[in-house]
Design a protein around this ligand. Structure first.
Ligand code: FES
Length: 147
């Protein structure tokens, strides 16, 4: 059994401790916002917040997540859309949308640390890949959300 906190709820996962966090979230907790893209930490589609840091959940094992606080996009905002999500809607960021939950999580974590990031800071923090090439809109939305 591996115990951690997911979206402010204590959760005991009865799974192999080597299971990637992504599969625990998706398969056991039915939190499907974090996506499986590459499985090797390259694309960022699976990005979640672990103790305030952007983590690629496909490369973190349950054992590594034990005792930590994990937040997924499902709990990014309690009652209304998070400012990053509002900016994403206003700027019509998504195209196919598959990578966007990970992008939004990475953006929200960046803005928590740096309210008005420069383009250089945005590019350093948002290393998520988007096959639709939404990068300019992602940047603009982050600027809007941080304004
Ligand atoms: Fe985790 Fe691509 S699925 S980084």
């Amino acid at each position: 059994m591996v115990a951690l906190t997911v979206n402010n709820q204590p959760v005991d996962y009865l799974m192999d401790p080597d299971t990637p966090l992504l599969w625990a979230l998706r398969d056991a907790s039915n939190l499907t916002g974090a996506k499986y893209g590459c499985g090797d930490g390259s694309c960022g589609a699976c990005t979640v917040d672990v103790d305030g840091a952007a983590v690629r959940a496909c490369t973190m094992s349950l054992a590594e997540a034990e005792g930590r606080f994990v937040t997924t996009i499902e709990a990014l905002s309690r009652d209304r859309s998070h400012p990053v999500q509002q900016a994403w809607v206003s700027n019509q960021v998504p195209q196919c949308g598959f990578c966007q939950p990970g992008m939004i999580m990475a953006a929200a974590i960046l803005l928590r640390r740096t309210a008005r990031p420069t383009d250089t800071e945005i590019d350093a923090a948002i290393t998520n890949l988007c096959r639709c090439g939404t990068y300019p809109r992602v940047r603009d939305a982050i600027r809007r959300a941080g304004a």
